[in-house]
Write a protein that binds this ligand. Structure first.
Ligand code: ATP
Ligand code: MG
Length: 475
């Protein structure tokens, strides 16, 4: 890269970097520390991608964390890696002391992080050339204490790679992936979110080191997977994960989908279908995860061209995988429910009670996601998104919800304490059993949700006599 081009890029950054970020830099320099903008925001500006008010800005400084924290009264000292966070007007500024990493013994995180005073060392430990830029002072001026002067520091020709839309490891790719295998997943995540190409030797090193991904903690993988799935076309990343062997280290069940025949889109196998379904799905984290996992039970249940029970088998596998990835419990439960329910078959001939039973089974909160998943699954199967009379089913569900259909036990006009106090039911499982039976009756016939009627029905149940619902219907 010529010095002219570097200067031009520096000028471009100078224009795009907001006042709030400059203020932080200036305060640090005034206090006698070197300070630069680093990380993804620079890459995004130079790539012509929008930064917004909510962009996360990373700053690197020679100041020690305590010094940084003392300088800003709205700062919070965040973690043992020496990051101080400042949140102002919707944006987050992470100010991290220059560091160099040591002792990568287990392909995970450095065992020891050393605070240094060198910007050069700090940039050298970063993952990709596009992420190893700094802006804030001219080269050689670090620590000068004279305030940030517009200038770009680009020791690994990151600007050239950004121009060529190339993801290239800093230094020797294999060594860098062995130091921290998360970089393998990050390269693929960036390929998906940016739509860029992974440079050839970097890609070879990914293939060679892919199995190391199995050593990573679940939450680190999940954070990258989440970002990958939020890409415009996640398929770019998913195919790379599968083709390089990384997918097998994350989920052998998904990796096993390759080559499993399936008569949906001609010439496409089960993995092709999964990838297509994800691309076709609404860009919502839960729906995208469910799209990725909806057929995770198929490889294990494949027999004679059928996949009997793959929905319930898949729910178990999805639960295990998401648990391994430490995905938050509510997300995990929602996704597992979607996987379990994704095969629903609506018929126009269903009576209203059948619609209510469906709603009670899947849960009213899951309906939007479940329909979004089915639309994507349809499109991924080469049929119209709204096949299976989804529109008609939707309208009937809406009507039930509008009519206040009783869809969970808490909406019954009596509860467990009524059974215990009024009918002398002993506290314990019997209470739950009776409530479940009453709930079923009310889903069938909403008119029964009347305190008097339900107590009557409950009394019959307690007495062990099978009460006919129509006996109390008039009350
Ligand atoms: P995004 O726009 O997705 O936030 P980013 O580049 O800012 O992209 P972050 O995860 O926020 O990514 O990380 C900030 C910076 O920290 C990166 O630009 C990179 O320089 C460095 N970095 C993050 N993770 C690693 C890693 N595992 N190894 C080396 N450097 C890393
Ligand atoms: Mg970032």
């Amino acid at each position: 890269m010529s010095s002219g081009e570097t200067a031009a890029s520096g000028a471009r950054l100078a224009e795009a970097i907001p006042e709030a970020v400059r203020d932080l830099l200036t305060a640090l320099w005034r206090d006698g520390h070197a300070a630069y903008v680093v990380g993804g925001a620079l890459r995004d500006i130079l790539a012509g991608r929008e930064t917004s008010d909510t962009t996360d800005w990373d700053l690197a400084t020679s100041a020690l964390p305590e010094q940084t924290a003392a300088l800003f009264d709205d700062a919070a000292y965040e973690n043992r890696f020496g990051t101080v966070a400042v949140r102002r007007a919707g944006a987050e500024y992470q100010i991290t002391t220059f560091r160099s990493d040591h002792d990568y013994a287990d392909f995970r995180r450095p065992h020891r992080v050393e605070f240094g005073t060198s910007l050069a060392a700090d940039l050298a430990r970063r993952d990709f050339t596009m992420n190893a830029l700094a802006w804030g002072a001219g080269p050689g001026e670090a620590g000068g204490g004279v305030g940030p002067r517009p200038g770009l520091v680009d020791p690994f020709d990151g600007v050239a790679d950004i121009g060529a839309r190339l993801i290239r490891a800093v230094g020797e790719p294999r060594t860098r992936f062995e130091e921290d295998a998360l970089r393998i997943v990050r390269a693929i995540r960036f390929a998906a979110t940016l739509g860029w190409t992974i440079e050839a030797t970097t890609l070879d090193a990914i293939r060679a080191t892919a199995p190391l991904v199995a050593h990573l903690s679940g939450e680190r993988i999940a954070a990258e997977l989440d970002k990958l799935l939020a890409a415009d076309r996640p398929s770019v990343g998913l195919r790379l994960l599968a083709d390089t062997g990384v997918l097998a280290a994350i989920s052998p069940e998904l990796a096993a989908q390759r080559g499993v025949a399936q008569n949906k889109v001609p010439g496409e196998d089960l993995w092709d279908h999964t990838v297509r379904t994800v691309d076709e799905s609404a860009n919502l984290p839960t729906v995208r995860l469910a799209a990725l996992l909806h057929d995770i039970g198929k490889a294990a249940t494949a027999a004679d061209g059928h996949f009997y029970g793959h929905d319930s088998a898949g729910a178990v596998l999805a639960d295990e995988l998401l648990d391994r990835l430490h995905v938050p419990t509510t997300t995990r439960q929602r996704v597992v429910n979607l996987v379990r329910q994704h095969m629903f078959r609506y018929e126009r001939t269903w009576g209203d009670p059948a619609v209510r039973r469906f709603l009670a089974k899947v849960g009213p909160d899951a309906v939007d996601d479940l329909f979004a998943l089915r639309e994507a699954d349809n499109a991924g199967s080469g049929v119209p998104r709204d096949a299976d009379d989804l529109g008609g089913f939707r309208a009937r569900i809406a009507a039930e919800l509008k009519g206040g259909a009783i869809l969970d036990r808490s909406a019954l006009t009596i509860d467990g304490s009524d059974l215990i106090e009024e009918l002398d039911v002993p506290p314990g499982p019997e209470v739950g059993r009776i409530l479940a039976a009453l709930f079923e009756r009310v889903v069938e016939n909403p008119g029964l949700n009347d305190r008097h009627a339900l107590l009557g029905l409950a009394r019959d149940l307690v007495a062990g006599s099978a009460a006919r619902p129509d006996a109390t219907e008039e009350t």
